[in-house]
Write a protein that binds this ligand. Sequence first.
Ligand code: SF4
Length: 338
Amino acid sequence: TTPILDIRDLRVTFPTDDGLVHAVNGMDLVVQRGETVGIVGESGSGKTVTSQTLMGLLKGTSAKVTGRVLFDGTDLVPLSESEMRPYRGRKIGMIFQDPLSAMHPFYTVGRQIAEAYRVHNRVSAKAAKAQAIEMLNRVGIPDPVARYDSYPHEFSGGMRQRAMIAMALICEPELLIADEPTTALDVTVQAQILDLIGSLQAETGSAVIFVTHDLGVVAEVCKRVVVMYGGQCVEEAGVHDLFFRTAHPYARGLLASMPSMVDEAGRLTPIPGFPPSLLDLPQGCLFADRCPVAALVPDDRCRTERPGLTLVGSDHRARCHLAEVDIQTSALDLQEVA
Ligand code: SF4
């Protein structure tokens, strides 16, 4: 069957005063129906721009998007803002890190959920309200009839996130994009929200893309993971293979630094050095400046030649010259160097 999402060679650039920012540089991703996939990366890795592209949020901006984003076989890239409308919210739902930024402070939570339903369904206000209350109930909001009339600021952080999940799922989208959905929440509430998304996904059969910097979230909820760096996928694998047969030096660094990964501001501080400037991408591998094993590749290829994604196992790909040579040898080499 056609995958629900098939991204091919996606490239996104933004003009700025300093020059062209190459935010996404040839991203490929296939998501099957009902599948849960994690996109992991630091800020600036291109993960959020990729998810914004899927939602059509860059339409009407100065961003230039090329490549294909096939949703159920239809390419979303050439669609206009109005042609995109039936997809956004109806077929593709989105949950953000900060529900307050997605909700209007002056309208009640219930009304906003009901309106999200009415935009895509021809129903009376009364029927939409009933549907919204039912949805509030499904996401575990206590006393949903009374809470329908509460304003966003009257909800706790966890309750607001539940309400936003209700808003995103009320139209039963085939694909849900969850962009750092639990980052702002404490650990207990985080676990509850992840459970909630998982159980609603099982009920509705939606595919889910978790966009996150948090490998813990990935390990808990995803079957497959894509690691992004410099606007590219550098490794794609099943969760087990990513954790136990890691092939890309960046992904290895990410895993090795997991306990100290998050600083006080909640950002990653994984590997010495900085990501490449997206204004002036290096000619070779985008990770070359920080890579501890670049010297193992002969002829300075890491500096002169950009590696492609290479199959290194069953459904397991890595973008590294060492992986191209021989995954067994490179895995040994990497262990020695680490
Ligand atoms: Fe490191 Fe070279 Fe592999 Fe890039 S291609 S990750 S620089 S070894």
